[in-house]
Design a binder for this molecule. Structure first.
Ligand code: CO
Length: 465
């Protein structure tokens, strides 16, 4: 019997795409033991923006969250999304930091590490891959991930070459990450047939979003073309900028006689659990119904869900929502100027912010963000196509672009030494150090709060006795 497995994304990508990753662990702990019996290929639950959000907004230790997930989902593959050399941050880290991060992620419970580079510059995912192999446990899977986008330089042949390269590098599975939901059924068919021919029986995964309304058609074509795993979200957290619905795909696949391994009662129970959770965030405004709509304009703008909800949030904060359409229209122009980078973190934020800046100031590139300057200098890797020469000259002057790997390969331990010194006795474990290296300000505040809270609790306990 033909088999297609499902990865449940409600805890990570659906949460990230629909409500800017503000779902606290406490809101879903109660359903985890049921989710463990659902029969998913994996549960995507960590990485992406969850780490940042835990420290910045939720006053949660992301590592503790991971250990909680591990404890309550003992039989399920726990999956994370990792931005290659950027880990879960927005800049390149040194190789020794990347290695330690992977070691700790596996130690604390991660099974599947889906690794991508925003530019598909695979030199930027090699260190993470090698570390995953080095610290791998029995169930560990290193998944090589391609950031899918369309541009004059992103052809089917180019994607097939990329997949061959990921296979040669030693990845266990390959994922096509269509973060903007712009992959059409036609493209999925040609792409997936071509890739399957090239990589043989290696597991191929499709990750897409409903943003443009094409996802169900695209997934159906992907299934007909030989896809092995698809990403879906519990139906009440599906659609819009999120993934297609788990129960819907289960129902459709069942009629085709395709086995999913899912337990129907449990996936329904999971969805029932999340209904009031969703309602709570609609009521308090953290889940903007705009994220739930279909927006075919994204076919032009190639904007991923998370980027759209962030842009709405930022422009609302600045009372500049009237500039939303103009900012959206500026995005593809900025993207072309920068050599058609796929719009995925951190490039999506960089391109998005630059587009907003260009529109708000009313003059293009009058202000260029530090990140965009660094990108043009070559610090993020090689752009898919040449950068606009005028813009390049404006940033580089007469200087030559740099090779990002030269800096990344330094293994001086300096990041760990600096973190130790900054944290002093606030630091209790390597995980604290790693949080600080990734998000220094947020982590310092979090650890200070933790200490203060514990001292208060200690006083309280003594008085009570
Ligand atoms: Co996604």
């Amino acid at each position: 019997m033909k088999k297609v497995q499902l990865t449940e994304t409600v805890l990570r990508d659906a949460n990230q795409s629909l409500m800017a990753t503000r779902l606290p662990y406490a809101d879903y702990e109660g359903i985890l033991s049921d989710m463990d019996k659902a029969g998913y290929y994996s549960v995507e639950c960590w990485g992406g923006a969850t780490f940042d959000s835990c420290l910045r907004y939720l006053n949660e230790d992301p590592w503790e969250r991971l250990r909680g997930l591990r404890k309550n989902l003992p039989n399920t593959r726990l999956q994370m999304l990792l931005r290659g050399q950027n880990l879960l941050g927005y800049k390149h880290y040194h190789d020794d930091v990347v290695e330690k991060f992977i070691e700790l992620s596996i130690k604390n419970g991660i099974d599947v590490i889906r690794i991508f580079d925003a530019l598909n510059d695979f030199r930027n995912i090699e260190t993470a891959l090698n570390a995953t192999k080095k610290y791998a446990k029995e169930k560990t899977i290193a998944s090589g991930c391609i950031s899918y986008t369309q541009s004059p330089v992103h052809t089917v042949d180019k994607y097939i070459e990329m997949c061959k390269e990921l296979k040669t590098m030693g990845f266990d599975t390959i994922c096509l990450k269509d973060m903007a939901g712009t992959m059409s059924p036609y493209e999925a068919e040609h792409l997936i047939k071509g890739i399957k021919d090239a990589i043989g029986d290696m597991t191929l995964i499709l990750h897409t979003h409903c943003t443009t309304g094409m996802a169900y058609m695209t997934i159906t074509k992907a299934i007909e073309s030989g896809i092995d795993v698809i990403d879906t979200a519990a139906s009440c957290f599906s659609g819009g900028t999120s993934q297609p619905s788990t129960e819907t795909m289960f129902y459709a696949l069942q009629q085709y006689g395709i086995e999913t391994g899912l337990n129907e009662d449990i996936i329904n129970k999971v969805n029932d659990y999340f209904k009031p959770v969703k309602q709570k965030y609609i009521d308090n405004g953290q889940l903007n119904p705009k994220s739930l709509a279909t927006d075919a304009q994204a076919l032009v703008y190639k904007v991923p869900g998370g980027m759209l909800s962030n842009m709405i949030a930022n422009l609302t904060d600045m009372h500049a929502m009237d500039k939303f359409d103009a900012a959206l229209a500026e995005i593809p122009k900025v993207r072309a100027d920068l050599g058609y980078p796929p719009l995925v973190t951190p490039l999506s934020q960089m391109v998005g912010n630059q587009a907003v800046t260009n529109v708000l100031i009313g003059e293009r590139y009058k202000n260029i963000s530090k990140e965009v300057k660094n990108y043009i200098k070559g610090e993020y890797g090689i752009a898919p196509a040449p950068i606009d020469p005028e813009l390049s000259k404006k940033v580089l002057g007469d200087a030559e672009p740099v090779d990002c790997r030269v800096e990344d390969q330094k293994r001086t331990g300096e990041d760990f030494a600096a973190a130790k010194e900054a944290l002093g006795d606030l630091c209790r474990c390597e995980e604290d150090l790693m949080s600080y290296i990734c998000y220094p300000d947020q982590t310092l505040k979090f650890l200070k709060d933790r200490k203060a809270q514990e001292e208060n609790e200690a006083v309280y306990t003594i008085e009570e006795m």
